[in-house]
Design a protein around this ligand. Structure first.
Ligand code: ATP
Ligand code: MG
Length: 440
């Protein structure tokens, strides 16, 4: 077989990133690290352990858990055949993988688990602000606990995150209960009858789902469907007694903890595995991509994937949306960024090897010090210019003279202050004071 001819134009064309998949550049990564640092410490404080699963799984895992008749499985998955002909999928969400891994490694055997994860997810959606094809989630999953206490705990954990990020006044907690499987099945008939009576008002997606997955219709984002959905019978009015008691105990706990919420009877979530408690944290500051965190109870999923019946509850939050929200509201602390403390300049070639050793000594002695060593040679002037451009507070100069005397010249790049000479051996100890501007 001959290869198709590649035009010169095509072979030299710059290759660009895939639409909807973002690079995270250095000026932004500090903001992500700020967010991730707060998340990590929060998870530790609540006793949640991190789990990391592969980005690729067997397609059947997602089809069987998320549900065949959902946006994700019907039209958003990145599915491909690998070289063995197996159908694989880039994970569109984290819960299914988490359940698979926990079952596979016996983590659910006669024990409870509180887990969290973080990482990229993939959905082939129309890219727009707050909606990407590769995006990132932080999620928690708690297994083996069926009471409202653990539902309240995961919600309180998320509420504390908003508090630490300064977002408490900018997000709203929406709650609903999907009831038991039996209650939902009975409600389903009521709902289908309602939609059938208003068949002409249904859009194409909804007509298709009317019999395969009518609850999904309530999740429609089509604004033309909104009036119809507003008048639809409410699942909340068809709850089984146990689910009602569970829901009331949850809301009582949230009230006791001072967490405000609104009940949204149309909140059903876009994945099939949920039952009883479902919730979303939403904001009005991001346009239509307003859900920053979403989750609920999924007591049937472990069994559905071949395990023993195991109650479970969890949530996932979209990191890009949260970063956007923090940027929109200007809530990043001013010092989010990693300015250098010092830039060490060997003033000529002969000083380069000793400067490297001095840099290593300083890094060894002062673990918090952010020190960059000048590399790449150049003339005296250009070396000093690079020191200034590095953004460091101090330039440490090492030339022939300094080497002969065992000293370093300390130049203050950001303040009007005379330069000093300090013995190399005393430098590590003197640096904190030099950096806070105290006289030495
Ligand atoms: P939406 O209704 O906005 O499509 P979803 O119900 O599909 O969200 P989930 O599957 O519940 O979303 O995922 C949890 C969170 O992950 C969402 O609340 C959102 O913050 C984030 N998220 C989901 N899809 C995307 C995406 N394509 N790009 C960026 N963030 C996303
Ligand atoms: Mg979606």
């Amino acid at each position: 077989m001959s290869k198709p001819p590649v035009s010169k134009n095509e072979s030299t064309k710059k290759i660009q990133a895939i639409r909807g998949m973002n690079d995270l550049l250095p000026d932004q990564s500090a903001r992500w690290q700020y967010f991730e640092g707060i998340v990590q410490s929060l998870m530790r404080r609540y006793g949640y352990a991190e789990i990391r699963t592969p980005i690729v799984e067997q397609t059947a895992l997602f089809a069987r858990s998320i549900g065949e008749v959902t946006d994700i499985v019907e039209k958003e998955m990145y599915t491909f055949e690998d070289r063995n002909g197996d159908s694989l999928t880039l994970r569109p969400e984290g819960t299914a993988s988490c359940v698979r891994a926990a079952m596979e490694h016996g983590l659910l055997h006669n024990q409870t688990q509180r887990l969290w994860y973080q990482g990229p997810m993939f959905r082939h959606e129309r890219p727009q602000k707050g909606r990407y094809r590769q995006f990132h989630q932080v999620g928690v999953e708690a297994f083996g606990l069926d009471g409202p206490d653990i539902d309240a705990e995961v919600i309180l954990l998320s509420a504390r995150l908003w508090q630490e990020l300064g977002l408490t006044d900018h997000v709203t907690l929406e709650l609903n209960s999907l009831g038991s499987n039996e209650a939902r099945a009975a409600y389903r008939d009521t709902l289908v009858a309602y939609f059938e009576a208003h068949h002409e008002a249904l859009d194409e997606d909804s007509r298709r789902r009317l019999h395969s997955n009518p609850l999904r219709i309530l999740d429609s984002k089509n604004p033309e469907m909104a009036p119809l959905l507003a008048d639809a019978p409410r699942l909340m009015d068809h709850l089984d007694d146990e689910s009602r008691v569970h829901f009331e105990a949850l809301t009582a706990r949230l009230e006791a903890a001072g967490i405000d919420y609104v009940i949204n009877p149309r909140l059903v979530r876009g994945l099939d595995y949920y039952c009883r408690t479902v919730f979303e944290w939403t904001t009005t500051a991001l346009g239509s991509q307003g859900t920053v965190c979403a989750g609920g109870r999924y007591d049937g999923l472990v069994e559905q994937l071949g395990g023993k019946p195991t109650p479970a509850v969890g949530f996932a939050m979209g990191i890009e949306r949260l970063i956007l929200l923090l940027e929109t509201l200007e809530l990043f602390p001013a010092a989010t960024g990693e300015a250098l403390d010092a830039y060490l300049v060997p003033l000529d070639e002969g000083a380069e090897a000793p400067a490297m050793l001095l840099a290593e000594r300083l890094r060894g002695a002062s673990p918090a010090l952010r020190l960059q060593l000048h590399c790449g040679g150049g003339g005296f002037k250009s070396r000093l210019k690079k020191a200034d451009r590095s953004g460091a507070r101090l330039a440490l100069l090492l030339g022939e003279d300094e080497l002969a005397q065992g000293v370093v010249t300390v130049k203050f790049l950001r303040e009007a202050r005379d330069q000093q000479r300090l013995p190399q051996d005393a430098l590590a100890e003197a640096l904190p004071a030099l950096l806070t501007g105290e006289p030495t």
